[in-house]
Unconditional design. Sequence first.
Length: 312
Amino acid sequence: MSLHQSSGRWRLGLALSLLTVLLWGILPIALSVTLQVLDVYTVIWFRFLVSFVLLFVYLGITGKLPKLEQLRSGSRKLLAIATLFLAMNYFLFMQGLALTSPANAEVLIQLATLLLGLGGLVIFHERYRLYQWIGVSVLTCGYFLFFKEQLTNLITAHNTYILGSILIVLGAAAWAIYALAQKQLLQSLSSASIMLIIYGGCTLLFTPVAKVKSIFTLDALHSGMLIFCALNTLIAYGAFAESLEHWEASRVSAVLALAPIVTLISVAVVSAIAPDLIPPERLTFLGILGAGLVVAGSVAIALGKSDKGNRQ
């Protein structure tokens, strides 16, 4: 089976990855606020429905709706895998987020980017140079320092918090499987067509358990947060899917590793403005040092040149 090869337009891939980081970094805050008044299933269903409808309208207007003849047997299987595992990721992450905190959830979900990077190296035969492996080590050390306090809290936490953390880890594994399937699907379908089919499939999966009427009882704040979550899904996943078209999965995953830093900064800003909405997260000197190492490691991995003979 032939494997997907990136276009080589790494600057575009980098820009799309950074957009994804920004949107995913602030998403846990909006989700936490939304989960104060809505159940997990309804929030997920609404996000997928809005994303599907808006993307369907856009592709219909531009004449780019996917055609049945584009779906080979292999593509159909991969689409089913991608749809199922993205749905699992949303469910497990949302359930875990409801039982923990935005910062902790963003810490643990980063296992997904590490697994994606590993999958890119193993499945798609991507390669790192020596200094990029050094970047991996620097990034790992940075995470240890940056999240030392959160990890300590996790070890001493109550059962509900631990259960939520386990669900997020499982969600991270599910997301990595989805992302690798997504990259291979780019062999036969555009990123927009892939996401349209996945959004539609996930909408159908969550329709039986969604409490649609509860959406119409929301106040302005929570309605705004819910709509933001839906638009975030459409734009962030669209940018992520397109970034895999132009850049190696291992490098995209390195940039996505910056998302927790965006989350922590966002939590600090929001908690300072509206302390009743989101509780603050304390950041120590070691945390700041760790953040710097994460950035340095991510830059080393993402911007390093590919080995000759395997330029994607």
